[in-house]
Design a protein around this ligand. Structure first.
Ligand code: ATP
Length: 243
């Protein structure tokens, strides 16, 4: 990877771009993923490339929801695999979640490449290859999930998800945690817990909160019950509009 000086003012965004570019070259990320990253960057620029207070609170609630879940699953697409494989595996370990490859533009080759990539980064088990269940209300390829993975999950983390599938998962009655820098996207709008933050900042912060909540023996129900999703989305939109 090209060396990017630590003190470059756009260091983090350049690192993210290089990772996505590499993801495409390795066959992990689709070309559409480049466009999605660009869209996300624009919103992050307007947010000031920082984790807002309301995003931090949503990340704490996400951690509580994952810890309290019967069966939590983290959904991995090509952008997530390219941007933050280590951080996502660490979160799965911290909250006892499964990892499942779940792609909008699904090809068996890309599912396998992402699963191999996650294993190379230390994941012990990766779901998504069996694809023996379907999310109701979606067309064939986009509906595929594992029966003992996302299909069975009660809490799913879906970073950078397409709006349609986010909606269909929500309709299955799952607690849906979405990471998306656009508070107006359908995914963020339908999420139980919308996190409006950059994925590379969001995922490690959810892990940190999970560890703190566990160590302090916090009342997870109370943390979850106190969350106001509408206020979180409004706050993010205000931050973007007002700068
Ligand atoms: P909708 O949810 O309204 O249907 P979409 O599915 O068309 O939107 P995409 O263009 O597929 O949206 O992009 C996925 C979303 O992921 C965008 O809303 C974008 O802001 C967000 N996104 C992209 N990169 C990142 C990132 N690194 N961190 C957080 N969010 C990101």
């Amino acid at each position: 990877m090209t060396e990017i000086p630590e003190d470059h003012p756009r260091h983090d965004s350049l690192v993210a771009r290089h990772r996505i570019e590499e993801g495409v070259e390795k066959g992990l990320t689709s070309k559409q993923g480049l466009i999605a990253q660009g869209r996300g960057e624009a919103f992050d620029y307007l947010l000031g490339e920082r984790t807002t207070e309301s995003a931090d609170e949503a990340e704490r609630v996400a951690a509580a929801s994952l810890l309290r879940a019967r069966h939590p699953v983290l959904s991995i697409n090509g952008n997530v695999a390219a941007l933050c494989p280590d951080e996502t595996i660490e979160l799965a370990e911290a909250v006892g979640a499964d990892l499942e490859v779940n792609l909008f533009n699904r090809t068996e080759e890309r599912v396998r490449a992402i699963a191999d990539h996650l294993r190379e980064h230390g994941a012990s088990e990766v779901k998504g290859l069996t694809a023996d269940a379907r999310i109701p209300g979606l067309s064939h390829e986009r509906a595929k999930v594992d029966a003992d993975g996302i299909y069975d999950a009660d809490v799913v983390l879906v970073p950078l998800e397409d709006g349609d599938r986010a909606e269909a998962l929500g309709a299955m009655g799952k607690t849906e945690i979405v990471i998306d820098l656009n508070p107006l996207s359908r995914s963020a709008q339908v999420a139980t817990v919308p996190i409006v933050d950059e994925i590379l900042r969001a995922v490690p912060n959810v892990t940190r909160h999970a560890r703190e909540l566990r160590e302090s023996g916090a009342d997870l129900e109370a943390v979850i019950a106190g969350f106001d999703r509408e206020a979180t989305l409004e706050d993010a939109e205000r931050a973007i509009r007002s700068g």
